[in-house]
Design a binder for this molecule. Structure first.
Ligand code: ADP
Ligand code: MG
Length: 661
């Protein structure tokens, strides 16, 4: 069945569901509740003062509505509960007025305060709850309310299109899991708490098993891909390394040695270099590309943004200026003539190393002899983009680089299909970034410091979490921040705004002006997170810091501290959280990711394997670590089993499931 065929899904609802990323019945049914409200109406007594409860009342007066300010109103009425008269209030539900009629019995959900004999509701059920009720709560939008989702999902529960069996029969039996159809019913319409537990275990296991199966599957595939061995002389590599203005760290040396061995081997390289911001991944990729060049092949390095690609291009020109390596750049923002020249040179073998953005994966980009593909900040790219890049060569070696520090054990499981090298130590002479958590009321102090840094010729990054103001969440958006800063600095300091909704050329120009020190303060959303290198910036201010994961904050912070000056990071946030203190204490990305995991569950692990879309819908990598490990060993067993060999459709299923990568 199609989504549009479900009862209650008209064209309008359909497009609203699309906005929630729900396109199929499977999407709908796997849109799991993120929590449940469990209600059992009680009889009020003093014990419940201030606690969130549900009570049944009889309405005694017609509600009155007070309009307090724009978008804010209060509905109030008197009611009777267990012979006690009290007042009930609820905010922003003026539309309920007509339904709350005298003598009607309704259920109030919220908190009672004996001080003013008032029940402050966060919800009112017009059909009173009589028994214990478990109500699933979904992520909703302006046009799709919780009730809509509940109704639509109920009508779709029995549909066969969403019942594809992903867990092999033997494992269903082994763990005594419910049938999938039953699991859907139990998670969306549970009769008791036990059902929720059983059903979520089913879907968590299904998700993690599929994920781990795919990893296992790819590992097996990768192990059998052969290529021509690459031939180069280690002396030549060492001669290049000698020209660098620094000596490599031991981590860099170890990773490099493995990469060079991979290149020389007849098995295809599939290596991930995981290293904190500033750990020096770029130079490793350059040396690998040099070795590949010496073997007579072309290399390509793909970066997620044009700013970053250009930056790599400039450094490559510089590093290779005394060597015979020809370097090309391909980005979206080039003239047609420039592009054509690059494409020509590529095809004729006049370019040895190509650096660029995803412009590189376009069809008309053809190589003469591609031997090595490298993706920088690989978590920023989707699977398809990486696959397309690889398809440009016969069997090119593949190197991935990522600055997402995650604990070792997780990295080895989640990236089990790749060989992983960790860059654990940082280049010498790096200064720690002095990090402080500040309250909004202490902003003046921060502003004074910013002004001082600017007076000393330095620059400042400011990060906000949203583009537009959102009254409800009270987050400081970039626009508001700009106004505030301009006010504070009396318009005397050049400030610019950068965010994801701007067009690429516009972004480039803004970055260019910041790089050239024309702009002193750059206010942005998290778009600057990725590898940007402006050495002159010494302060990073992050508003509503508690909204971000520690790993993200750490990466943002890594934009400063790229020189010998003292650098600072201010985390602005009114709640003091344990989490943010971790950043005050440490500058070590791997340590921070361990802590994040400890304190917040999955931390920033969500979405690590994929750009944009969250990887897991229900599984939580930290709290479900046991299931993950079990899924790992189960998938390894299954792939070698007769059951799998007899089940030809299974690998087909896996291939379809791109979303799990
Ligand atoms: P990331 O790992 O975040 O991509 P980069 O490769 O951009 O880090 O390196 C950050 C800076 O450190 C660059 O300016 C680079 O030249 C420098 N660098 C890299 N390796 C070393 C080293 N072994 N010693 C000193 N500086 C280094
Ligand atoms: Mg980098």
């Amino acid at each position: 069945m199609e989504l549009a065929q479900i009862k209650g899904v008209g064209p309008k609802m359909l497009s609203s569901l699309h906005e929630l990323n729900i396109y199929t019945i499977e999407d709908l049914l796997t849109d799991f509740p993120y929590r449940y409200d469990i209600f059992e109406p009680i009889t009020l007594n003093s014990e419940y003062n201030g606690e969130r409860i549900a009570i049944n009342v009889q309405v005694e007066t017609t509600p009155t509505i007070a309009y307090i300010r724009k978008n804010f109103n209060k509905l109030q009425f008197r009611c009777l509960h267990n012979n006690q008269t009290m007042y009930a209030v609820i905010f922003n539900r003026a539309f309920l007025k007509q339904h709350i009629t005298i003598n009607k019995i309704i259920t109030l959900i919220g908190k009672y305060s004996s001080k003013n004999n008032t029940f402050v509701c966060d919800d009112i059920k017009l059909t009173p709850i009589t028994n214990k009720q478990i109500i699933p709560i979904y992520h909703i939008s302006k046009n799709v309310k919780n009730n809509d989702l509940r109704k639509i999902i109920s009508s779709a529960l029995d549909d066969a299109t969403a019942q594809k069996k992903y867990i092999p029969e033997s494992l269903i039996e082994k763990y005594n899991l419910p049938a999938k159809k039953q699991a859907f019913r139990m998670i969306h319409n549970p009769y008791n708490y036990d059902e929720i537990k059983r059903a979520s275990l089913f879907f968590k296991y299904e998700e993690l098993f599929l994920f781990m199966f795919k990893v296992t599957y790819m590992k097996k595939e990768n192990a059998n891909i052969y290529k021509e061995e690459k031939n180069f002389n280690d002396c030549d590599i060492n001669n290049f390394i000698k020209t660098l203005p620094f000596s490599l760290t031991t981590s860099q040396e170890e990773a490099l040695a493995l990469i060079l061995t991979d290149l020389k081997s007849n098995k295809k390289m599939n290596r991930l270099v995981l290293g904190d911001v500033g750990s020096g991944k770029t130079i490793i990729s350059f040396i690998a590309m040099y070795a590949n060049f010496l073997s007579g092949y072309q290399s390509v390095l793909m970066a997620p943004t044009e700013v970053l690609a250009r930056q790599h291009y400039e450094s490559a020109l510089n590093y290779f200026k005394d060597f015979k390596v020809k370097i090309g750049l391909l980005v979206g923002n080039q003239t047609k003539k420039e592009k054509e020249q690059v494409l020509d040179d590529l095809l004729n073998g006049n370019i040895d190393i190509l650096i660029g953005t995803h412009a590189i994966i376009e069809e008309n980009v053809k190589f003469y002899r591609l031997g090595l593909v490298i993706t920088d900040e690989q978590h920023r790219f989707g699977v398809k983009q990486r696959e397309m890049l690889k398809s440009k060569g016969e069997v090119p070696d593949a190197l991935y680089m990522s600055a997402t520090p995650i604990p070792r054990s997780y990295a080895l499981t989640l990236y089990g299909d790749l060989d992983v090298s960790f860059l654990t130590n940082k280049p010498q002479g790096r200064k720690e970034i002095i990090t402080k958590v500040k309250k909004y009321s202490e902003l003046k102090e921060v502003l004074t410091h910013i002004l001082n840094e600017i007076k000393n010729g330095h620059q400042v990054y400011v990060v906000a979490s949203l583009i537009d103001d959102n009254e409800e969440l009270d987050l400081k958006s970039v626009e508001t921040l700009k106004e505030k800063f301009n006010l504070a600095f009396q318009n005397k300091i050049p400030i610019e705004i950068l965010h994801g909704k701007l067009k690429a050329p516009e972004k480039e120009k803004i970055m260019e002006r910041f790089k050239n020190n024309e702009t002193k303060i750059l206010i942005s959303t998290t778009v600057i997170e990725v590898g940007v290198d402006v050495k002159n910036a010494t302060v990073m201010v992050i508003f509503d810091a508690n909204r971000f994961g520690l790993a993200t904050l750490h990466q943002l912070r890594g934009r400063v501290g790229r020189n010998s000056f003292d650098s600072y990071c201010y985390l602005i946030c009114d709640e003091t959280t344990e989490r943010l203190k971790v950043l005050e204490e440490s500058n070590d990305g791997f340590y921070i990711s361990e802590k994040d995991l400890e304190l917040r569950g999955e931390g920033d692990l969500f979405g690590i394997r994929q750009s944009g879309v969250k990887t897991f819908k229900i599984a939580n990598l930290k709290t479900d670590a046991k299931i993950l490990m079990q899924a790992k060993s189960d998938s390894e067993e299954y792939i070698n089993s007769k059951e799998y060999k007899n089940n030809l459709s299974y690998s087909q299923i896996i291939r379809e499931l791109d979303r799990l990568n």
